[in-house]
Design a protein around this ligand. Sequence first.
Ligand SMILES: O=P(O)(O)OC[C@H]1O[C@](O)(CO)[C@@H](O)[C@@H]1O
Length: 428
Amino acid sequence: MYVDLGNALDAEPRLTREALDRLDERVADAHERIARGRADADHGYAALNLPDTADPDAVYAAVDPFDDPQAVLTVGIGGSALGAATLTEAVGSGIDHYILDNVDPAHVDALLDSLPLADTVVHVVSRSGTTAETLANFLVVRDAMDRAGVDWTERTLVTTGESGNLRNLADRHDLPALDVPAGVPGRFSALSTVALPVAALAGADLDALLDGARSEADALAGSLFESPAYAYGAACYALERRGAGVNAVMPYAESLEYFAEWFAQLWAESLGKDAVGQTPARALGATDQHSQLQLYRAGPRDKLVTLVRPRERPDVSIPETALDGLAYLGGGSLGELLDAEFEATEASLAAANCPNVRIEVDRIDERGVGELLYGMEAACVLYGELAGVETFTQPAVEWGKRAARGLLGGGDFEEAEAVGEKRRLLID
Ligand SMILES: O=P(O)(O)OC[C@H]1O[C@](O)(CO)[C@@H](O)[C@@H]1O
């Protein structure tokens, strides 16, 4: 992974090279804390050990009995779905992967109607084993399989924690089950049994994926100037401290669209604590040059834009044309156009004094995606250390869960009472 901070300096908000040099002393201390956390496999830090603790052979063995399925359905939410979505979109061309990570009845109904259920593997994922959306969706999927005459116990793989409803269900029906690795929060679990089974079913090379991750782990050092991941995390932190409260992540590759969504959870749920944090915005190049770029370039001076691309990509030629005004496109290629737009957008943001960082990988293949995922995770951990927040917890999401459960009669929660006290000003 290559990180170029050139356009992040001396823009607005203003970060100077001298300020980065001063921050580097704190990076060294943070790196020592991270190294200790990894050595002790402490909660959260254990995620940065996955390049060595993940066991591809166990994953291949777990999926082996599912002989050549036509489709895989991930039933999970948050980090229990986004890692698999990111991997299969980027490097899993060998299978149709679908995700149920929401409980929109129309969507669930339409998807289940369209799936070849007899030839679909269902991967149900929940670290806690108690997430309402995941369990509700699984009960609906199981019922659809029953009604289709499909033995769901033959088509289901479970990945969950040591205990909980999902573990009980797997035990009761003797389902193949993988363990969510200890100390790995969902948003940091893409390189674990949470997402690797679907990647394996999609034909991805898990060893190459973990090798890419390992190369970024090996690059972690006591200076941001020696580690792409730390360079990015430190620059994001320093810019946020100076007013860049929004980080728009804009990959120039359709196969990284889910990566931006995965990044959004990683960044928001890890760093949004104690009234600080940096809001991740999801964008896509070149598409959002015709959409959000107007705001990034001419809106409030509160943004950093992270531009991501591969240095090499498959290409498609643009036919020659005599059409007036289009001759400059004919005979070129879509890749050349996309790269020109990437570099033009990068320069456009710099010309407008909007700080931006260029992140590149050699190719969007298993190694490159492994570098990118691990690099962003390590960047996030460093940012959290510098910001002094609890990177690996997410207490703020629990209030709504209790309220919803109370509304459904799942317990006596005062949060549900608060729902009934909503202030009203209805305009209809
Ligand atoms: O894997 P689980 O326990 O179902 O959690 C799913 C997601 O929900 C959260 O716990 C937030 O509610 C995320 O951190 C997590 O990725």
